[in-house]
Design a protein around this ligand. Sequence first.
Ligand code: HEC
Ligand code: HEC
Length: 359
Amino acid sequence: MPARMPIKQRVETKRGLLLLGLLWLLEALVLSAGVGHSARFAVASQQQAGPDAAMPEPIEPLPLTDTENPAKTALGERLFGDVRLSRDQSMSCLTCHQFDRGGADGLPVAKRPDGTVLSRNTPTIFNVGFNYFFNWDGSADTLETHAERLMLNPNVMDANWPELLERLRADSSYSAAFKAAYADGLNKANVLDAMAAYERSLNTPNSRFDQYLRRQEALTEAERRGYQLFKSYGCVACHQGINIGGNIFQRFGIFPYLSASTEADEASGLADPGRFQVTRIERDRYVFRVPSLRNVALTAPYFHDGKAATLEAAVDTMARVQLGKTLTPEEIGSIVSFLHTLTGEYRGRPLAASAPEPR
Ligand code: HEC
Ligand code: HEC
């Protein structure tokens, strides 16, 4: 599990993943330069249940079991749905990370209950423990740091530790549960630890695509063709690894392309500078973390600014701005049908727009 690895190993893994990404990009370029068509043809007529055993796959299935400590995740779950975490007690984490909306909120950009809009789209909370950096600009690299910043952020929870700990201590059931889960009971570090443990348990294994990787399920011809295009066109150079994203940064708009609205935003200084905001290095302007594509069929609208209303629109934009290609509607349809196979299960039930609220 990435979240538990010692720092040094994580850094090396990040480098390894980057290398893997570059290799795939190279391979994709070679494929699209020539053999791409015959390779796609070959797959369309392939009838096997799983992928070709001789070819290593650039995507791994999610583990089927959760290894987090149940006492800690239960506490984290309670905190996640508790409005006392926000200073004015108007919202909890569930306000924006909704389980019946793929762990996001269905809005172009996040909105607080008082109507204030935030500047970015809410990413899914599912499988978040498999990301290496958090937020669209990767401004945090552990879930604990992320949670603390978010709680203190005046635009989000606007909490402060003395007040929050006092509130939680006033509830004897919290004190007792913290004492049972942690030797040193209720304190700031343990609140953050419980929240992060819960977040790391929010995994959605067993998608149809993961079953395909495990050779337990066949994909339809359109889905397989979509996956083949995803690989041969080079989407997989950026969206790869266990979370099909979440581990590298890339410029949004590698090919010289800015939509009219982005140009207008740029002229008025409103364009989101992405990772530049974190590093202040000019080459990081418009660089964003590559998002995970797991459960992506459930998390419209898309992109950091929520400007793509449908998956078809997102795929079309990706091909044009990241790969310099215009896809046919049929190719877009195949890729979208592949993306639909990435929807997994939460607590043994397929994730859907009508999934039950967490227990
Ligand atoms: C008002 C809506 C809102 C609320 C409430 C909210 N979030 Fe979020 N969350 C967001 C937005 C928007 C982002 C992306 C921020 C960015 O990229 O700058 C985000 C990002 C995240 C991420 C990073 C996900 C990733 O893959 O990068 C995590 C983890 C997260 N939130 C957890 C929480 C937790 C825990 C709480 C409760 C303490 C919470 N959120 C409350 C809107 C919200
Ligand atoms: C060079 C890297 C790169 C390539 C190649 C790439 N993407 Fe992306 N993708 C990104 C980045 C970065 C984002 C986030 C953009 C943003 O909102 O700032 C993204 C976002 C997306 C999203 C929206 C996800 C969400 O939750 O909002 C989808 C869907 C997607 N990509 C699919 C694809 C497909 C399909 C392809 C191939 C046609 C592809 N991508 C190729 C880097 C890449």
